[in-house]
Design a protein around this ligand. Structure first.
Ligand code: SF4
Ligand code: SF4
Length: 432
């Protein structure tokens, strides 16, 4: 009975947000999912209509509601273009937590989220083991995008190409770099994020080199936890809160002036979802979260707006390479950061920025959406791939490691020669 009461309470909170939708349908024209499926149920307005009758639907067909809610990239295109300011992302995530509480997590998800993701030490150990054994199942490596196929498993994974775990995670690559410096500037903590730590340590290394080059003191806590977005996307509020508390403890935000990330998704989660999804927590925890979130910056924004870009060393560059830029949804739509990564690229001595068509169109990754709906993810990703190829650029840059993985998959399926990089890698090349 108390579970039903709690459910009703949560739904009342959701209703207060739902009434702001005036059903204008403007979200339809910008939803990358709707462009592929042409189903009203997939767009924000359709999902909001579903949620308005959630109490009834939840008893009639809870699994159907769950399925419809999870068919979403959480790209925020609807929210960014909504004339009524409907917080669709927060609504969808809140609804996922309500329905997951009602349906309960599946056994496998529970093990992955609560016994692995929520325990960074165990998570890191398991990834280390996976890294040692991945060479036995990876074939057909593609050098420019660093992707490979998963031998026998490939047909099961719809022939997608993956970016393998790095031989050495960022956390183990960094000690020497940090101890070799005598910098005195403001103290900056680097929130690494799982994908940069385990898949793209080179992005983390470029970030730290750049911060040191700008005379900042860099603090990198060991055994950092995930930002919590996979838990929230799965509706698991308990794991999310446990990761929030864990990271607050190891980052000790009172002792740093800034917290910088190079992952668009981590930035948006730390800045927006940590604050919006914890409103019912106690005052002490809330004030720690607010103090933390206030200090969080995306590296592009931090360098251009807070620190100031430095002129790079005068190398004799014979011909600059053209690079195009893909706007990650979590940076451009959630946080409005668009011009800063372009300024970083323009400041990189070896590169020229050349815009692609629809640079801010979603790449189709959408976290777990890519796992469950790869057919749609592929269709959306192929539009992005074509827009990149049409520029004839040497490199495509983007500020989110998840977008880097998706774009690498798309390009390598055609054995494209285009490199996939983070803007900070291009900038750091000029300071080495
Ligand atoms: S979510 Fe916003 S854009 Fe979409 S129908 Fe509602 S008011 Fe219109
Ligand atoms: S978050 Fe993206 S995929 Fe989901 S409804 Fe909004 S626009 Fe469509």
């Amino acid at each position: 009975m108390s579970a039903i009461k709690e459910l009703a309470k949560q739904m009342q909170k959701l209703e207060a947000q739902l009434i702001t939708c005036m059903k204008c349908g403007m979200c339809q024209s910008v939803c990358p999912l709707f462009k592929q499926t042409h189903k009203e149920a997939d767009v924000a307005r359709g999902k909001i209509a579903l949620l308005e009758s959630l109490m009834k639907e939840m008893f009639d067909n809870p699994h159907g509601v769950n399925k419809r809610l999870n068919k979403c990239l959480l790209c925020g295109s609807c929210e960014a273009n909504c004339p009524s300011g409907v917080n669709s992302l927060e609504i969808f995530i809140r609804a996922r937590t309500i329905i997951t509480k009602y349906l309960k997590l599946s056994f496998i998800k529970k093990q992955i989220l609560r016994n692995v993701l929520a325990r960074p030490y165990i998570f890191n150990k398991l990834i280390n083991i996976g890294t040692k054994f991945q060479k036995y199942i990876l074939v057909d490596k593609h050098p420019n995008t660093q992707t490979a196929s998963l031998k026998l498993l490939s047909p099961l994974l719809n022939n997608r190409r993956i970016v393998p775990f790095a031989n050495l995670p960022f956390e183990k690559s960094i000690d020497k770099l940090i101890t070799n410096t005598n910098t005195t500037g403001p103290r900056v903590a680097f929130f690494t994020g799982c994908l940069i730590d385990k898949i793209y340590p080179r992005v983390g290394i470029a970030t730290v080199k750049t911060l040191l080059h700008h005379n900042l003191r860099v603090f990198i806590p060991k055994n950092q936890g995930c930002c919590g977005i996979p838990a929230l996307a799965a509706g698991d509020m308990d794991t999310f809160l446990s990761l929030v508390k864990y990271n607050l403890k190891i980052f000790d935000p009172g002792n740093v002036e800034y917290i910088v990330t190079s992952c668009a998704t981590c930035t948006a989660t730390l800045k927006k979802l940590w604050t919006s999804m914890t409103q019912s927590q106690n005052q002490n925890l809330r004030s720690q979260i607010m103090a933390f979130a206030e200090k969080v910056y995306d590296i592009n924004e931090f360098l251009t707006n807070i620190v100031g870009l430095k002129k790079q060393k005068n190398q004799s560059i014979k011909s600059k390479k053209n690079v195009t830029y893909h706007d990650p949804c979590h940076l451009a739509k959630s946080l409005g950061i668009k011009k800063e990564p372009r300024q970083i690229i323009n400041a990189a001595i070896e590169y020229n920025l050349k815009e692609m068509t629809d640079a801010d169109l979603c790449c189709g990754m959408g976290g777990s959406f890519n796992l469950y709906h790869y057919d749609i993810s592929l269709k959306i990703g192929n539009i992005k791939k074509k827009n990149i190829q049409d520029t004839s650029c040497h490199t495509v840059a983007t500020s989110c490691p998840a977008c880097m993985m998706q774009i690498s998959d798309m390009l390598s399926q055609e054995k494209s020669n285009i490199y996939v990089k983070h803007p900070i890698e291009l900038y750091a090349q000029g300071i080495e």
